[in-house]
Design a protein around this ligand. Structure first.
Ligand code: HEC
Ligand code: HEC
Ligand code: HEC
Ligand code: HEC
Length: 406
């Protein structure tokens, strides 16, 4: 016996709210059983890499950091919006026609089940947040233009009143950003006085500077990938007095939860911190809060923690979802309640629930036929906005009106 449509709908809303609350609690409170939330929402990036370069043959067309095919965009150059899962699903969807047309002419179509989709999404997210390698020539300009050269030298070129910086970046970008950050406090007054202002870093400045400083180093700097669990520990001891995540924490600084669009690479994250150092340090002094220093890989861990917050399942409303479904043109083929028409089947089996990942997987599987159908009917491919996915999932999980009779 199925409950009535309205009752089912309410159940779904309740279930969605409970799931969201549970996720938040897992992430914010229950960091103990280590990778639980990571396993649940995120998929396994390592397996995703194997699928990408192996069985699923994405690398025939795509590259990651220059490794792989040249027919399609390098997927490490995308910058995931927030929440990343919804954003990636949207990007895949919007590019589907272009991709299928390519796939049609040759390569066999790679099937992805729900788990494989989760793994590939995790891998794409990780790749897009990998450290970029900077340009040493541009970095030399940064070193000069930001005024570091007045006091510091690199391989003996530059001022002698402060330590030579050549060796520091050998420990990797996280060693460098840590050293810079920890000295912000003692350097603030002299640097601002010498230069007339606090030098700020934008875009790739930091990556370029690191590339310049470490050029010719025989030791290969280790790429440090932060640990989000460690980052959460660090955040609780050094940052939460001033910053909140999803509303819990201090209010002196801005909320840093998933809605905040922060850079995901350690070097770019370090630039944001560096630029805000004067305000943070002034406030620490005024309020008697110890200015946060960071050790070891803590900078990378913090960046990983704040990045992981953005890998959330997008939340949505079935009511907005219904409008999106009609406005984007899905209803034209599937019917206004996704009940199915002559052109397309009903979506979702009764009793089944979609998540972002399983919807992406379903779309991927049916994509080629959908592309054929849009071409036959001569209608455009329905383009989605990143926020649509959450709303569509909620809507598709609400029961069709016809299921009342079932
Ligand atoms: C036969 C070639 C081919 C294969 C195989 C292929 N793609 Fe694509 N993909 C493309 C093309 C071409 C585009 C760009 C389409 C466009 O711009 O409309 C694209 C676009 C994308 C995008 C959007 C990129 C952006 O920056 O907006 C993503 C994400 C993506 N593909 C993921 C994958 C994954 C994951 C796989 C493996 C399961 C895969 N692709 C397999 C050709 C391919
Ligand atoms: C007015 C002089 C001055 C300027 C300008 C200056 N620094 Fe420094 N910096 C110092 C001094 C002095 C120290 C060492 C004192 C200390 O450790 O606090 C130092 C320390 C450092 C350290 C840590 C070195 C170590 O051995 O751990 C780093 C990294 C650094 N500076 C980077 C920079 C960068 C990047 C710039 C340009 C944006 C810059 N500094 C601009 C004076 C300066
Ligand atoms: C004494 C209070 C204080 C502490 C401690 C503190 N912050 Fe901040 N933080 C601020 C304030 C205030 C701002 C806004 C400054 C501004 O706009 O220049 C800020 C800005 C930021 C921003 C930039 C946000 C944006 O979008 O521009 C980031 C990121 C950040 N803090 C991260 C951290 C991290 C990580 C820690 C712990 C290592 C930390 N903060 C510790 C007060 C603090
Ligand atoms: C041009 C007609 C057309 C449009 C527009 C269209 N679809 Fe489809 N869709 C189809 C067809 C045909 C199938 C069945 C494909 C197959 O059997 O492989 C399908 C299958 C699906 C499936 C898999 C069904 C299941 O239960 O597993 C999903 C999910 C889906 N569509 C969602 C959407 C969404 C969301 C939109 C709007 C963004 C949309 N479709 C727009 C024609 C369309």
């Amino acid at each position: 016996m199925m409950p009535s449509g309205r009752k089912q709908l309410l159940l779904w809303i309740a279930a969605a709210l409970a799931a969201t609350a549970a996720l938040t609690i897992i992430l914010i409170r229950e960091h103990q059983p280590a990778a639980r939330h990571v396993l649940f929402v995120v998929g396994d990036a390592k397996r995703g890499r194997e699928l990408f370069f192996g069985d699923k043959q994405c690398s025939i067309c795509h590259s990651i950091e220059g490794q792989g095919g040249r027919i399609a965009p390098d997927l490490s150059e995308t910058h995931p919006g927030s929440p990343a899962m919804g954003w990636l699903a949207t990007v895949l969807w919007n590019h589907a026609p272009g991709m299928y047309r390519r796939i049609r002419s040759g390569v066999s179509y790679p099937h992805l089940d729900t788990e494989e989709t989760a793994d590939i999404l995790a891998f794409l997210y990780e790749s897009a947040s990998a450290e970029h390698s900077g340009d040493p020539t541009a970095g030399r300009n940064v070193f000069e233009q930001k005024g570091c050269v007045r006091c510091h030298s690199v391989r003996s070129w530059g001022g002698k009143s402060a330590p030579d910086l050549s060796d520091i970046a050998a420990g990797g970008s996280s060693e460098w950003t840590r050293a810079m950050w920890n000295h912000a406090g003692s350097m603030m007054a002299p640097i601002s006085a010498a230069l007339g202002q606090w030098p700020e870093f934008y875009a790739n400045d930091m990556d370029n500077l690191i590339a310049y400083v470490s050029e010719g180093n025989t030791k290969t700097p280790q790429a440090t990938r932060g640990d989000p669990q460690q980052g959460w520990q660090v955040f609780q001891t050094r940052c939460i007095q001033c910053h909140s995540v999803r509303g819990s924490g201090g209010k002196l600084g801005p909320e840093l939860g998933p809605e905040r669009d922060l850079p995901v690479t350690t070097a770019q994250f370090a630039s944001v911190l560096w630029n805000h150092a004067p305000t943070m340090l002034r406030l620490s002094q005024e309020k008697g809060i110890t200015a946060p220093t960071l050790n070891g890989s803590e900078m990378a861990d913090l960046a990983a923690f704040l990045g992981s917050l953005r890998f959330f399942e997008p939340v949505g409303s079935p009511f907005i979802g219904e409008r999106v479904f009609s406005e984007r043109g899905c209803a034209r083929c599937h019917g206004p309640s996704a009940e199915g028409t002559k052109l397309a089947p009903p979506i979702g089996a009764p009793g089944d629930a979609f998540t972002t990942v399983s919807l992406t997987s379903a779309l991927w599987k049916h994509g080629p036929k959908m592309v054929d159908r849009t071409e036959q009917l001569n209608i455009p491919w329905p383009v989605l906005e990143p926020t649509d996915i959450g709303n569509l999932v909620s809507f598709l999980n609400a029961p069709h009106p016809s299921s009342k009779e079932r």
